[in-house]
Design a protein around this ligand. Structure first.
Ligand code: SF4
Length: 735
């Protein structure tokens, strides 16, 4: 019988009750977890860490015959205590997806992909890049990486790109989510590094979340808030999100009103003498200038600029000025702005003048996005040198050159192009060859029309990914098949600086290799393997060097071992002789990484959004995530249960707006901006959104929200202003 006939027979047997799918639904006893579905009982359970978001949940991977058959939360892990969100619970499923990249591919003259050997792919890649660099200069080669590699791979890649290829046009997709937090911290404190911990959520008496929908995007963080039995939560967001619904006080802010709100709160704190002057005098600089700046932000001016009522602003001020331990948390609502870096510094300023840093429960905390955006920040050698060293600092360069045994003249003296500057460089004809690793810009980068124009101008595009075909691999000249989570060994750093093990438990499919192995191979073809990675065989060799490189730095790993990470459920840096089990808070002594050791009280004013609404584009588009999906969906679109829960994008519309446009729930509409359109989107009507705004999630490649968004970036961090472009809504018709 052929397959179709067998299925019909199966269906008839099921209808007659003759086939109860005994094997499919059988239970059995697992020694660790008791009764489980028989097919999910593994030969062994291995500890690891979730590879999606930056919460960094501990997991047990159930492994049977080179397959991960199940995933469970690690009850002993301090981050999640056994809990996982829907993405984590199904994270093993994409490992065996049918669209895994399994063999190196090269496009022929007709644009058809052909299987090739690793030797052919890598020798062609390296020789083409070298020839291009010879002709156009070292900086004509650029690299765009990700926040999803293990730290050991970031470290290896950084050395390979900066010292091997000799280009500093190198960045990660972390610039699309976290770079403003990095710049904001550096400006205020002299260094990157979130100062607090999840423990602060358990002990704060006020939790102030700005532009952070953690209920959808960092769901397990809520378990820490639940342990807190006496707190008030303020949530500031233009949209009443799930997180906003859980707030004691919700602040429905006008888009891009955050700077005015923070200035208004600073004004009230100063005017009413609620500044912690002892802390300010001992540990900060710039108070008099801040005081003069804040004078103009009267209550009336703040109400007018933010759209928040006087009563709510005063209530927020009362909570902040009387709170003893305040946790200031933010995510993309702050970072995804062309003024994101300065807004982050302004949050830091509010925390500093109220003395809310360096104590349990009190911290300005950027809640990171990807599972290892932090590892990238610490050691990828892109926005700073490994160990938070500064490119411009001669001693820092010399120190690293000495550790690595290279001539200091080879060390880059400045950061190269960031992500949008690399795209600009391609459009300007300066960048000719590009290597994209573990990211999918053909969905995730703003203004896709402009991006596609840039990609078409390249002489060579190499894309290294664990999936093929993605919208980005489809445009590649060479595809390098990479291992994914569960197939790669190393560590991730989460939002609270906790470094946890990510273990390889199965081998990559087909001819795919781990990213670490690919980087080492590229170094070999470049003739730099021995110079840069002498004696290295596994990612553990990179980890041992990271310990040396980080010793004495803020992100000190020198006291860590892989075994200790597994034993403790991760270790928060600094982890060294003084803090052998890591450290929960930074800056407890009030000494910062600035030249004078004092934090800077920085401030800023609002620059109006350059794109306005008008009679043609009368709505403001807000973008964001949903709990079921991750970024551009390459992993989560392979998980049936997640796809059933969120099969496609929707547009959230206020009832007033729906009536105005004549649409009802489940109608199909198009969104149109000045740059493009997205068609056939389902309408959801909700009073959670303002009548002048619409919201749409950004995970869906076939209905790509970045066909609409603006090429507007923070000039300091390069982070895109993904939100707040002007759109119109149209009824969708098939033709
Ligand atoms: S909250 Fe984040 S880290 Fe935890 S299981 Fe979900 S996606 Fe993974």
């Amino acid at each position: 019988m052929v397959k179709g006939d067998l299925m019909i027979v199966d269906k008839i047997k099921q209808a007659l009750g003759l086939d109860i799918k005994e094997e499919e639904y059988a239970y059995d006893y697992d020694e660790t977890h008791g009764y489980l579905s028989k097919k999910k009982i593994p030969n062994k359970w291995v500890k690891s860490t979730c590879g999606y978001c930056s919460v960094g949940c501990g997991m047990l991977l159930g492994v049977k015959d080179n397959e991960v058959v199940s995933v469970r939360g690690d009850f002993d892990h301090p981050v999640n205590g056994g809990n996982l969100c829907p993405k984590g619970l199904s994270e093993h499923i994409p490992i065996t997806a049918s669209d895994r990249a399994v063999v190196p591919l090269m496009k022929d003259d007709r644009g058809t992909f052909n299987d090739v050997s690793w030797d052919k792919a890598l020798s062609h890649m390296v020789s083409t890049v070298q020839a291009s660099q010879y002709k156009h200069g070292k900086e004509s080669f650029a690299v765009l990486s990700t926040g999803q590699l293990v730290t050991e791979e970031f470290y290896t890649l950084g050395k390979l790109v900066q010292l091997g290829f000799g280009t500093n046009n190198y960045d990660g997709n972390t610039t699309l989510c976290m770079s403003s937090a990095v710049v904001g911290y550096k400006q205020s404190f002299g260094s990157d590094g979130p100062p607090g911990s999840y423990e602060d959520l358990e002990t704060a008496d006020v939790i102030f979340l700005l532009g952070a929908n953690i209920a959808d995007n960092h769901p397990i963080l809520f378990n820490h808030i639940r342990k807190n039995d006496d707190y008030k939560m303020i949530v500031c967001d233009p949209r009443k999100t799930k997180t906003g619904m859980l707030a004691d006080l919700f602040l429905p802010i006008t888009p891009h009103g955050d700077i005015d709100l923070l200035n208004g709160l600073i004004h009230l704190v100063i005017k009413n003498n609620r500044v912690d002057m002892d802390y300010v005098n001992k540990h900060t600089t710039g108070f008099e200038a801040l005081k003069a700046h804040a004078e103009q932000y009267t209550l009336a001016a703040t109400v007018a600029a933010t759209g928040i009522s006087e009563e709510k602003i005063l209530e927020t001020y009362e909570l902040i000025s009387s709170g003893e331990r305040i946790f200031f948390g933010w995510t993309m609502g702050i970072n995804h702005s062309f003024q994101g870096s300065d807004t982050v510094s302004l949050i830091n300023t509010l925390a500093l003048i109220t003395g809310n840093i360096g104590r349990t429960g009190a911290a300005p905390m950027s809640i990171t996005g990807q599972c290892n955006a932090m590892g990238s920040r610490e050691f990828s050698f892109s926005s700073s040198m490994p160990g938070y060293r500064k490119f411009e600092n001669k001693e820092d360069r010399q120190e690293l050159a000495d550790i690595w045994g290279v001539d200091v003249a080879e060390m880059p003296t400045a950061r190269g192009g960031n992500y949008p500057e690399i795209i600009d460089g391609i459009l300007a004809g300066k960048i000719k060859t590009l290597w994209i690793i573990g990211t999918n810009p053909l969905v995730s980068f703003p203004d896709q029309t402009r991006l596609k124009k840039a990609i078409a101008m390249l002489d060579l595009l190499v894309v290294q990914d664990c999936f093929h075909v993605t919208p980005t691999t489809a445009l590649a000249d060479i595809v390098l098949p990479a291992g994914m989570w569960g197939e790669k060994d190393g560590s991730y750093t989460n939002t609270e600086r906790r470094v946890s093990r990510a273990q390889a438990v199965v081998t990559p499919p087909g001819k795919a290799k781990s990213d670490f192995d690919i980087f080492i191979e590229v170094a070999r073809y470049l003739g730099k393997k021995d110079a840069l990675f002498n004696g290295w065989h596994t990612s553990a060799d990179a980890f041992e060097e990271i310990k040396i490189v980080s010793k004495g730095q803020l992100c000190d790993y020198s006291g860590m071992t892989y075994a200790l990470m597994l034993q403790e459920g991760g270790l928060q840096w600094p982890c060294n002789k003084t803090y052998p089990r890591g450290k929960a808070s930074l800056y407890e002594d009030g000494v910062f990484k600035t030249e004078d050791g004092k934090a800077k009280l920085l401030f800023t004013t609002t620059t109006p959004l350059p794109e306005k609404t008008d009679n043609t584009y009368r709505l403001i588009l807000n973008t964001g995530r949903t709990v079921e999906h991750w970024h551009t969906g390459t992993k989560t679109s392979n998980v049936p249960i997640l796809n059933k829960l969120a099969p496609g994008p929707w547009v959230e519309v206020n009832p007033y707006t729906a009536k105005y446009f004549g649409v009802t729930p489940k109608d199909k509409v198009s969104l149109v901006s000045r740059r493009g359109r997205v068609d056939n989107i389902v309408v959801r009507i909700s009073e959670c959104i303002h009548k002048d705004h619409v919201f749409m999630p950004f995970h869906f490649a076939k209905k790509c929200i970045n066909d609409l968004t603006m090429p507007l970036f923070d000039p300091k961090s390069g982070e895109p202003n993904f939100k707040q472009c002007a759109v119109r809504l149209e009824r969708y018709t098939e033709n």
